[in-house]
Design a protein around this ligand. Structure first.
Ligand code: DAH
Length: 345
């Protein structure tokens, strides 16, 4: 190996080892290994019989090259030490990116119904409910028959259905998941299933062919209307972040007996009467009731259990919470609408 090759080989070896350095003590070891006054590997370049046999001139120039390499190594060691002790670089490898630069990134938006859904999931989990999803494409049985809507039941017409060519339906309500849930998990059970529903509707400011509901089910021994009211009051107070008043009116749905409409004391006028509550002081919020015995039976729930169910209109709730005047805005793709719900404020 010529002298030049020896110098190059030493430099390459040093660089390789320097790359593997992870901490300051590795650096000290590297320094000792190459540059120690007596035992450093760089001394091999100016030692030994071959070096001694060189003439004065050659020894001087070789010595100068070795000294130059030593200087270069020291500079590299210093630079690496500087990097290692600088806080930002302690955990980040030096890959040529300046992590201190601020980025001009648009965080995007969250669809407002999803904001409501996340809040509901949080609140219900806090009350011991599990969260499930159900299926958007359902069998006729689970969408209708299982929840006590027989083949000739007029309620089938109340919910204009999208039928698929294979005989399945796009679920018209999240109640379609009630019996699936009862069969899957058994009683006692506390569960919500938020999700998308579909109906063949004429669209206007409050009707769309697709919208979101959040179905809830609580089945246990001794569950009564008092539990239903308690859960609903807690829910609404948390969603609207203030005390709310609720009331029940009789309502008819085949899957509950008795069935109710739950109204919310108008949050705009506090019950004194305004445009939003059509001067009644109350806003209709969600249908609910005690689970019909036929539904419990279809779900395989043993005798001795009772339960309540509710079908909260999540799209409607989002409209009330955020003051959204037209349901068609949700799917409009209109950035002026969506950018009002930034992902991070
Ligand atoms: N499934 C009904 C609908 O979409 C809403 C509903 C009413 C759900 C009463 C319920 C309930 O769980 O108890 O019109």
């Amino acid at each position: 190996m010529s002298y030049d090759e020896q110098i190059t080989a030493m430099e390459q070896e040093f660089s390789r080892e320097l790359l593997a350095v992870a901490a300051a003590e590795d650096l000290r070891r590297l320094e000792r290994s190459f540059l120690h006054v007596k035992k450093g590997r760089i001394r091999e370049l100016t030692r030994g019989a071959a070096f001694a046999e060189l003439d004065v001139e050659a020894r001087r120039s070789h010595g100068a090259e070795a000294a130059q390499l030593e200087q270069k190594m020291r500079a590299l060691l210093d630079e690496r030490l500087e990097n290692l002790t600088h806080k930002d670089h302690e955990t980040t490898p030096d890959i040529g990116i300046d992590f201190s630069l601020t980025a001009d990134v648009q965080p995007g938006s969250i669809q407002p119904v999803m904001i409501i859904q996340a809040a509901l999931e949080d609140i219900f989990r806090g009350m011991g409910f599990r969260v499930d999803e159900g299926f958007e494409v359902e069998t006729e049985y689970f969408n209708f028959d299982a929840v006590n809507v027989g083949p000739d039941h007029p309620a089938r017409d109340m919910q204009d259905t999208f039928w698929l060519e294979n005989g399945l339906v796009l679920r018209t309500h999240t109640s379609a998941s009630q019996v699936r849930a009862l069969r899957a998990y058994g009683a006692p059970l506390r569960i919500i299933f938020p999700g998308r529903c579909f109906r063949q509707e004429e669209t206007d400011a409050s009707h769309e062919t697709s919208f979101y509901q959040c179905e809830g089910l609580m089945v246990d021994r001794g569950v009564s209307v008092a539990n239903l009211l308690g859960v609903m009051r807690t829910l609404m107070s948390e969603v609207f972040e203030r005390e709310v008043k609720v009331r029940l009116r009789p309502g008819y749905f085949p899957f509950v007996e008795p069935g109710f409409e739950l109204d919310l004391r108008c949050l705009i006028c506090d019950g004194t009467g305004c445009k939003v509550c059509k001067q009644s002081g109350w806003v209709e919020l969600m249908p609910c009731g005690m689970v019909h015995p036929k539904v419990l039976e279809a779900g395989g729930v043993p005798a001795g259990f009772s339960g309540f169910a509710f079908g909260l209109g999540m799209t409607r709730l989002a409209m009330m919470k955020f003051g959204i005047p037209d349901i068609r805005l949700f799917d409009s793709g209109d950035l002026r609408f969506h950018s009002q719900f930034p992902a991070s404020a």
